[in-house]
Write a protein that binds this ligand. Sequence first.
Ligand SMILES: Nc1ncnc2c1ncn2[C@@H]1O[C@H](COP(=O)(O)OP(=O)(O)O)[C@@H](O)[C@H]1O
Ligand SMILES: [Mg+2]
Length: 257
Amino acid sequence: MEALVKMNKVTKIYKKTNPGLRKNSVNNIAVDDISFAIARGEIFGLIGESGCGKTTLVNLMLGLIKPDRGEIVIDTVDITKLKSNREFLPIRKRMQAVFQNSSSSLNPQMTLKKIITEPLKNFHLPEQGVAEELLEDVGLSASWILRKPAQLSGGQRQRVSIARALALKPDFIILDEATSNLDVITSKQIIDLLKKLNDKYKMMMLFISHDIGVVDDFCHRKAIMKNGEILEIVKQFGPPENHHPYTQKLLQARLHI
Ligand SMILES: Nc1ncnc2c1ncn2[C@@H]1O[C@H](COP(=O)(O)OP(=O)(O)O)[C@@H](O)[C@H]1O
Ligand SMILES: [Mg+2]
């Protein structure tokens, strides 16, 4: 397995200081000594309850924040050692993220064509025909290029966010709770779409969810996260008793729905 992303003993601490009590500061270890690797082309699921540190992990990978300790190696480059945005840009271009609220942040004044090709414009790359092709890729019609976000449903808007993320043909896409705002059926449709896109473009996907049920047969491997730590990484969930007690709880809760 050739790793595209390697997290090596990564720790991120948010320093909480209570302005009233100068000495009483409590540190919040959002990501606690985490190590794992994700292979090129792999769909990797990360599951954990709200506040366990998933988005912090994403922000670390995207280079938006620096870890207190540890290495984050993308391909062969440890991005924690990069000094400037300029150095980071070629790597940044190869990773894209879609967030829970991505679709609500689509500029309402812009046409789908403009929205989808904006990343290409930023990198001075050719735009001809790309929006049409990507709209088809995400299961929308190429004839929609002049529509605006308000004319679409929530699920369709999230498809547009995915199309925009694909524009630069990234090596990997991070989907941080990207289907969490959608109803069960729409969410399932988006996951089927992601599977198809992974087949077609072979890009790595990091799919993040608080819901263990969503990732089961979709992700090649899944990691269970709690309190800033990864408790276990599995290919498949077996009988609950084979798992970490916390994973057991998640699996049992799912059985009872
Ligand atoms: N910018 C920040 N400043 C201080 N604390 C933060 C910040 N971002 C997140 N946290 C804290 O770090 C922990 C992990 O948050 P987050 O990574 O957003 O979790 P998740 O995405 O799993 O819900 C939480 O306790 C959260 O309150
Ligand atoms: Mg989050």
